[in-house]
Design a protein around this ligand. Structure first.
Ligand SMILES: [Zn+2]
Length: 403
């Protein structure tokens, strides 16, 4: 269970340099720089090969690793935390995916075996992803609304990772929060609307597919919880939440905001995303060359699978690679990662307070849901994954008062 592994996740995975003495940072070999990647051996071999060619055939550039101009002296999680403590950051952008919501109990509906997936079986979907297919939806909207009922905002509580973003905002550091998630947990932390870009839309607004009449969240919620297909009061057309389906455009703000947001941005925090869904993943390329990119994720995502000399575009994250100048990774649970950051910065109590008061608010608003959520108020805990199946399956019968 991730909640108990905060310590063990935070320490060994976060500080790949512990075994090294700081004085060995002599940039003379690839392995000195290549501190936390599993590919260190590959990289070091590659480095030798490159050096061989550059010396003997004059094929490659001589100024490879020795002139790598690192943004901070130690490109490790620990190194980043030291830099943050000593110098601070002033303009932070966050980008997040489903991984920050899993500890809230929101299942990945695509996973066979999840309660949600099993519950959708009866609809005989051509593919689980069909539920977000616009054409399929227009033919057969029911599966989507069953999913919507189960995932409806109000049934889940934001995670410590969500509250960490809110804390960045409270401290005046957050420029913008980009989320792939449609669960609106980002909003539930109290993060103001103008700070959030829901790249894949949300339940916040709804439109008639025929006449474009807009309906608010409360209206849609009544329909969803009454198991009624939402039809337009003007033209009887089907009304759809403004969630981005396959084949639909992302909100305009996703394309217009990054220019301003990444101008002078000095830290991009990437959490809980596979970095495989475009165009969302392309946000990492908007960060300027001196912007540190911190990945907090269970898996080592975002790194090109191409050999370094083929990866000419350098369009991937480079943590653990010899050419890395500004990328850092914490490989572990999002909640463990933000807790490690908060602890290092002395923000632990503030984060804890946000989490605790958020859970209390939720418990007051959702008395029937409160049994599980309030039991762990002593500690920043990463939730109750094991409970999600029973919770999500019964969520539809609970009266949640959000919205
Ligand atoms: Zn209409």
């Amino acid at each position: 269970m991730s909640g108990n592994s905060v310590e063990s996740d935070a320490k060994p995975q976060a500080s790949g340099t512990e075994s090294k003495k700081p004085s060995t940072r002599s940039k003379s070999t690839a392995t000195d720089i290549d501190s936390d990647g599993s590919s260190s051996e590959d990289d070091s071999t590659m480095h030798m090969i490159r050096r061989f060619f550059s010396k003997t055939l004059n094929m490659a550039s001589d100024k490879e690793d020795s002139t790598v101009d690192k943004v901070i002296p130690e490109l490790t999680f620990e190194g980043l935390l030291s830099h943050w403590r000593e110098n601070g950051f002033k303009k932070i952008v966050t980008m997040v995916g489903a991984g920050i919501s899993t500890s809230a109990g929101i299942p990945d509906f695509r996973s066979p075996g999840s309660g949600l997936y099993n519950n959708l079986q009866r609809f005989d979907l051509p593919h689980p992803a069909s539920i977000f297919d616009r054409d399929y939806f227009e033919q057969n909207p029911s599966p989507f609304f069953v999913l919507a009922k189960e995932l409806y905002p109000g049934s889940f509580v934001p995670t410590p990772a969500h509250y960490f973003v809110r804390l960045l905002h409270d401290k005046g550091l957050l420029q913008r929060h980009y989320t792939q998630n449609i669960d609106t947990l980002d909003r539930l932390t109290g993060l103001p609307d103008e700070k959030i870009i829901e790249a894949h839309g949300s339940f916040n607004t709804n439109h008639c597919l025929r006449c474009r009449e807009e309906f608010d969240m409360a209206w849609m919620k009544r329909k969803i919880f009454a198991d009624e297909l939402p039809s337009c009061e003007q033209c009887m057309g089907l009304v759809k939440p403004d969630i981005v389906f396959f084949g639909e455009n992302l909100p305009e703000s996703f394309y217009t905001r990054p220019e301003e947001d990444f101008d002078d941005c000095d830290l991009l925090i990437i959490m809980g995303t596979s970095l495989e869904v475009q165009p969302f993943a392309s946000l990492i390329h908007r960060a300027g060359p001196r912007c540190i990119r911190l990945l907090i994720n269970r898996d080592a995502v975002g790194r090109s699978s191409f050999a370094p000399w083929l990866d000419a575009s350098e369009r991937s994250l480079l943590y653990g690679k010899s050419k890395n100048t500004r990328d850092v990774a914490f490989l572990g649970d999002c909640d463990a990662g933000v807790l490690a950051v908060a602890t290092a910065l002395g923000w632990e109590n503030e984060l804890q307070q946000l989490v605790t008061s958020g859970r209390e608010e939720h418990a007051l608003a959702n008395p029937l849901n409160s049994d599980n959520e309030t039991t762990d108020s002593e500690q920043v805990d990463s939730g109750h994954e094991e409970d999600f199946e029973s919770e999500s399956l019964t969520a539809s019968s609970k009266d949640s008062n959000y919205g």
